[in-house]
Design a protein around this ligand. Structure first.
Ligand code: ZN
Length: 426
């Protein structure tokens, strides 16, 4: 049990790689992992649903401490890491009341990279990035040889449409890859719906049928509402029917990226989210199981620890493309290059500031879980994870704003990897 928040230096240290499966032994992960949440909840509502990574939903439910219930609401609060939450608990009376329960005072792990697209697919399928093929904010799209961005499934470096062309202003670019073809693993929502279990996702209207939703969280019906409180009420209403309800809360991540998770604005957002969760608890039918999780935590970036690859010729030598994001890079090398040589140069330059592994080393460590052959080709040849408050940006291809976000995530530090899994019964 984590009774006290570790020192910031410890929170910013890279932790051992989490293990996938039902039991991690002495290691991190296993049942205490984002991938086990939906399989465990499926067992709690009497429709145990195994996945390729998790074979024993009942054991997961036991390890996470979920009681049985006729209906469950799983809330994913984007960007609300366990330690981010713990350090601001004074602002959140409802979450504070949950954290008084010792059973909730244990973080679970998210996936690596600790980023939204990878975590959503890990959560939605109950598997891992090596299976879902969603392994970074941007990654190689093997058919085109280009980098794609996995929020909208669009070309990551696509030039803006030429003046006078037809794309509606503000309309997202057409996905360059069908989300169903990239992410082929069935989601837990699909598996439950196939058993006749009612599944309801509640979120913003613009995410209905979006490429990320289709890839990671497809299945069941999608309900949208304009205000956060109306979404909370819609989720509570859906739980009148036995089954599974999923509610997505976005703003902690959004405000964290724009203002920093340590800002006044973030605290205000956190207070509103706490009030929304308290409303959910009040409105949900009696006996409903409520589980609050997140996809990753957040780290404050330090401008003095910002490294711009545009000014680092020894880092970009033999690197054809840089995927991922500022805390978790995937370096794609030229075909006639030994990735180990690139890794050696990066280790020499960055020292303690990052963990640098070749793809083979990272897969051997189980970083992505079991890796399908078709997914392996999408992963970078060298995987770099930033420690401390380091960001590794590239002003040649990223907007200035994107290279200077006040809070970031993606790497394997405790602050980014540890997420809550808070359990309540309405
Ligand atoms: Zn996120």
């Amino acid at each position: 049990m984590s009774e006290q928040t570790p020192e910031m230096d410890d929170l910013l240290r890279i932790v051992p790689t989490a293990r996938y499966g039902d039991d991690a032994g002495e290691g991190r992960g296993g049942a205490l992992h984002l991938s086990s949440v939906l399989p465990a909840v499926s067992d709690a509502i009497g429709h145990a649903t195994a996945t390729r990574v998790h074979h024993d939903p009942q054991a997961l439910r036991g390890a996470l401490g979920l009681p049985e219930a006729r209906a469950a609401i799983v809330v994913l609060v984007d960007g609300l890491g366990y330690w981010n939450l713990a350090m601001r608990l004074g602002h959140a009376p409802y979450l504070r009341s949950l954290m008084r329960d010792g059973a909730n005072r244990r973080p679970i792990c998210t996936c690596a990279p600790s980023t939204t697209v990878a975590a959503m697919a890990t959560f939605g399928t109950g598997t891992c990035p090596g299976v879902t093929g969603m392994a970074g904010y941007t990654q190689l799209e093997p058919a085109s040889g280009r980098l794609m961005q996995l929020i909208q499934f669009k070309d990551a470096l696509a030039p803006a449409p030429a003046p006078g062309t037809t794309r509606r202003q503000g309309a997202p670019a057409e996905p360059i890859v069908d989300p169903h073809l990239l992410q082929r693993e069935p989601t837990v929502f699909e598996r439950l719906a196939a058993q006749g279990v009612p599944v309801t996702s509640v979120g913003l209207a613009k995410f209905k049928g979006s490429p990320l939703t289709e890839a990671a969280l497809r299945g069941g019906r999608y309900v949208s509402a304009v205000t956060p409180n109306d979404r909370v009420r819609a989720a509570a209403r859906a739980a009148r029917e036995p089954g599974l309800v999923y509610l997505y809360i976005r703003d902690a991540d959004k405000v964290g990226h724009n203002h920093g998770w340590d800002s006044e604005q973030w605290v205000g957002t956190f207070e509103r989210i706490d009030a929304q969760l308290a409303l959910l608890r009040r409105e949900a039918p009696k006996g409903t199981l409520i589980v609050v999780v997140a996809d990753h935590g957040m780290v404050t970036a330090d401008p003095a620890q910002r490294i711009d690859l545009a000014a680092e010729p020894e880092l970009t030598q033999d690197v054809r493309m840089v995927g991922g994001e500022p805390r978790a890079l995937m370096l794609y090398t030229g075909t006639d290059v030994d990735p180990a040589d690139v890794a050696v140069r990066w280790r020499a330059r960055l020292g303690e500031r990052a963990l640098v592994r070749t793809k083979r080393e990272a897969i051997g460590d189980g970083l992505f879980g079991p890796v399908d052959e078709c997914v392996e080709t999408m992963l970078g040849d060298v995987i770099v994870q930033a420690g401390a408050q380091v960001t590794l940006v590239d002003s040649r291809t990223q907007s200035d704003k994107a290279t200077r976000l006040p809070s970031v995530h993606g790497s394997q530090t405790m602050l980014e990897m540890d997420i809550p899994c808070l359990i309540d019964i309405a």
